[in-house]
Design a protein around this ligand. Structure first.
Ligand code: NAD
Ligand code: LMR
Ligand code: MG
Length: 571
């Protein structure tokens, strides 16, 4: 339980209703008698003074009275708008249960219904038609603030549910606070509204975003560039986290900006890192090496390519395999089947080039009516030891695919990572049954444990980038590195893999449980910051030995401090 710390003291300049309606400073019934007097609250609050424990108990009771996950999500969203300490304190007490409510999978439903559930805006909205005032609008909200983190999205590829216009995903930023202790006052989520191609939204008169087709091409690039340059100018030290951009922009934008600023693409790098950690744990169980695996990746979008590159880089670094040879261990399959040259340039993004398989290799393999090599045929020929799904195609790993894979290897490593839950490529229970309990499994959304043939529970690891991106980001913010390098990301993944419960008990989950997300992300952050020192790119004056202490000291905790009224104080 959190204690009220007598050490935390704040000078606050808000009074009365403005204080009660500030989620950052509001304490509700926890304001002390003295504070009520000093801040003009005595007549505005009922008499009894509650502790944070009592407030959490009340809020949890109210939450439980909501039946469906989306109702609970709305309740928690309101709570966040009222009182940050109470919101994060409640989440911290029930991390596993409530992460699935504020984040994956329930957030998908909240995002899809964003315009209808809309009550109060959160974060920043920068809309294409208002780009002339972008700088003023940005400064209006950020002037005088120390913004350490900006999570931005253009919402073209939200989870696996596609283009959601301004269906904001502020949960990513909340997870930074919950799992890595980023001060919510120093974080900002930004929606870059460049329109939407989602017809349902365009035809919905309650849609709150800019009701226009998506801007693309040069105009889009200029708009994004204006935003990035604004950040470089006014918040040069902040981490810029890109989330859920469309496949044609995600990798491109990352490459464009990653050497200029501390930029991070979660779907590419966060997913690559958490999947690498889960794979390291899996090969720890099978006592093999990353370089010994044959990888089939189904869905060659941001996540699929991010995973391929991350694992390939680890094979080079850890197993000492040359790049060309490492590339050959991967088989990428997308909506047009196996990625091979005869698909033509329109179906192969330039970023995929390194992983294109030669046509000759497949001349003896059956093709479908469209001339494509389907997943089942790839699995038959390759006999993969690792099968990863990030395709948004629920159920794509059919019984035949899974059983065929099992024929080719003793312990198939199967990670159906598409979110939300209904898009999972295979239900882990089925994958477990079809492989007689031999599969090593991890999913993107949370799933309950499944039974092994011996009656034991098998824990399904949640291989979601939330288990690592808060730590990666925190490590970079802590060390004030101007870049998030590949070395920093691999260091974070290795640290997470070392925490795998499966290394002690092979029937345990491949990754730490989400309940342990804060501890895991702290370890990741420490590893990342230490690596920044090793690479000599830290921007701080303290030493590498102090990393852990500095990390612990910097973490924001959901605690009420003592307030003193001061006209020059915080607002
Ligand atoms: N577990 C995690 O941490 C995590 C992280 C990122 C993404 N994801 C999930 O992975 C999925 C993809 O995300 P993304 O960011 O890469 O999206 P994306 O749009 O960049 O990529 C999706 C890819 O899947 C392909 N695809 C679509 N339909 C297909 C089909 N029927 N068969 C084969 N391929 C098909 C698309 O052509 C595209 O290349 C989403 O469901 C997302 O929620 C999970
Ligand atoms: O948001 C998530 O749950 C993970 C990932 O970023 C995704 O796009 O699915
Ligand atoms: Mg994402």
């Amino acid at each position: 339980m959190f204690q009220i710390s007598s050490e935390l003291k704040f000078k606050v300049a808000l009074r009365g209703d403005t204080l009660l309606t500030s989620p950052r400073w509001n304490k509700g019934t926890a304001f002390t008698k003295q504070e009520r007097k000093d801040f003009g609250l005595t007549g505005r609050l009922p008499s009894r003074i509650n502790t944070i424990d009592e407030q959490c108990e009340r809020a949890y009771d109210q939450l439980r009275s909501r039946e469906s996950p989306i109702q609970k999500n709305s309740f928690l969203q309101s709570l966040k708008e009222q009182n940050w300490v109470l919101y994060y304190s409640l989440l911290s007490r029930h991390i596993k249960e409530l992460t699935s409510i504020i984040y994956t999978p329930t957030e998908a439903e909240a995002i899809e219904n964003y315009s209808h559930l809309f009550r109060r805006s959160e974060g920043m909205f920068l809309s294409f038609p208002d780009q002339d005032t972008m700088e003023e609008d940005f400064l209006e909200q950020t002037r005088g603030k120390d913004i350490e983190l900006i999570v931005c999205t253009d919402a073209e590829a939200i989870l696996g549910i596609g283009d959601q216009g301004v269906g904001i995903s502020s949960a990513k930023s909340a997870i930074y606070t919950l799992l890595a202790g980023i001060n919510p006052a120093n974080a900002l989520s930004v929606t870059l509204d460049v329109g939407t191609d989602n017809e349902t939204l365009l035809n919905d008169h309650l849609y709150v975003g800019w009701p226009s087709k998506r801007v693309r091409g040069v105009e889009y690039d200029k708009f994004i560039d204006k935003f990035v340059q604004l950040i470089r100018k006014h918040q040069p030290h902040c981490l810029l986290h890109f989330e859920d951009f469309g496949v044609s922009n995600a990798q491109r934008l990352l490459e464009l900006y990653r050497n200029e600023h501390s930029v991070f693409n979660d779907d590419i790098q966060g997913t690559g890192a958490v999947t690498l950690a889960a794979l390291m744990a899996a090969i720890g169980v099978t006592k093999s090496k990353l370089a010994d695996q044959r990888y089939v990746i189904f869905g060659a979008g941001s996540a699929g390519l991010g995973i391929a590159k991350q694992v390939r880089d680890a094979i080079i670094l850890i197993d000492g395999v040359p790049r060309e040879e490492a590339n050959k261990k991967f088989y990428l399959v997308d909506r047009f089947g196996l990625i091979k040259p005869s698909l033509g340039p329109n179906k192969i993004r330039p970023a995929l080039q390194e992983f294109v398989r030669p046509d000759e290799e497949w001349s003896d393999v059956p093709i479908n009516d469209a001339g494509e090599v389907e997943l089942l045929e790839v699995v038959r020929k390759v006999r993969p030891t690792v099968l990863i799904g990030c395709s948004t195609k629920g159920g794509a790993f059919t019984e035949r695919v899974v059983r065929t894979m099992k024929e080719g290897c003793e312990r198939p490593i199967i990670f159906p990572l598409s979110n939300p839950s209904h898009l999972v490529e295979v239900d882990p229970k089925d994958a477990n049954d079809w492989t007689e309990g031999m599969a090593l499994l991890a999913t993107g959304s949370p799933f309950p444990p499944t039974k092994m043939p011996n009656g034991k529970d098998y824990v399904i690891a949640e291989c979601n980038n939330a288990l690592i991106y808060p730590g990666l980001g925190f490590g970079s913010m802590l060390s004030q590195s101007r870049q998030m390098t590949d070395g920093m990301i691999i260091a974070g993944a290795q640290r997470l893999a070392a925490l795998s419960p499966a290394l002690k008990d092979p029937d345990s989950g491949l990754l730490p449980d989400f309940q342990d997300g804060p501890a895991a992300n702290l370890e990741v952050a420490v590893a990342v910051a230490e690596q920044a020192f090793d690479e000599g790119i830290q921007g701080v004056s303290w030493s590498r030995e102090e990393v852990r202490a500095k990390a612990e000291e910097k973490q924001w905790k959901p605690l009420y401090g003592k307030y003193e009224y001061d006209e020059q104080g915080a607002k």
